[in-house]
Design a binder for this molecule. Structure first.
Ligand SMILES: C[S@@+](CC[C@H](N)C(=O)[O-])C[C@H]1O[C@@H](n2cnc3c(N)ncnc32)[C@H](O)[C@@H]1O
Length: 230
């Protein structure tokens, strides 16, 4: 476990300053549409509270502020100091936001507090899916919603073939843009190892989430999982 924690820390320590640029290059900008879809599905009400775990540079928080017309409270959580600092730079004009340096598996946040819990491309990096999802359940209030955007499994074999071959190029882009290919080898490996859509639904149900569903985007390259604390 410690090994994975150190590995993930090193990965994000190496890429934090080029993180946004690399996301645009690798996904050809499509990650922005996936994140917009997440917020569209969430359809947040004004004056609500969001906890965004694995916040990285804060894309989800930004979209949440827009969707609630600035009437919201946000807690951004990430274990990586460099990512949190990069995130803070994006929110200089928004005051109703706090940061917490911690892991999805052991949040410091209060129980039964948030209306929404989001985790975008973060769950794959955690050490323990069960613990992370049970912590999500704990911090949500009754009636609160969990949404996870994450790489998933592609159904169509032709698309899968194209995607797998495209993925092989990603470490090369990493070498050119960031100067290192290893973080992007980790990215591909972690995507391959991650659970499929139905396995994630099972873990959510096991942790008491109800009305659990998922929506594939881009043919299942990524999926958005949704569950409710009722
Ligand atoms: C791929 S980035 C995603 C950032 C952002 N949410 C986005 O969608 O662009 C993954 C983030 O998860 C963080 N992370 C790694 N391990 C974590 C853990 N155990 N719990 C919470 N976040 C973690 C990393 O530091 C990194 O900032």
């Amino acid at each position: 476990m410690q090994q994975k924690e150190d590995l993930v820390k090193n990965v994000f320590d190496s890429v934090f300053d080029k993180y946004d640029l690399m996301n645009d290059i690798m996904s050809l900008g499509i990650h922005r549409l996936w994140k917009k879809d997440l917020i569209y599905l969430l359809n947040p009400s004004i004056n609500t509270k969001l906890i965004d775990v694995g916040c990285g540079t804060g894309d989800i928080g930004k979209l949440f502020i827009d969707a609630t017309n600035n009437n919201c409270e946000i807690l951004c959580v990430d274990p990586n100091k460099n990512m949190i600092n990069a995130c803070k730079k994006k929110f200089v004009n928004f005051k109703n936001i706090k940061w917490e340096k911690s892991y999805a598996e052991k949040l410091k946040a209060s129980s039964n507090y948030f209306d929404y819990y989001t985790i975008s491309f973060g769950l794959r990096n955690t050490n323990n899916l069960n613990k992370s999802i049970s912590e999500a359940y704990r911090v949500l209030k009754k009636g609160g919603r969990f949404l996870c955007l994450e790489f998933s499994k592609i159904d169509n074999s032709n698309l899968n073939f194209l995607y797998k071959n495209y993925s092989k190029l990603i470490p090369l882009f990493g070498k050119i843009v960031v100067g290192e290919k290893e973080p992007y080898e980790y990215l591909i490996e972690s995507i391959n190892k991650f659970v499929n859509q139905n396995e994630l639904i099972k873990i959510m149900k096991k942790n008491k989430f109800q009305n659990c569903t998922y929506k594939n985007l881009s043919g299942g390259i990524v999926a958005i999982h949704s569950g409710w604390k009722l």
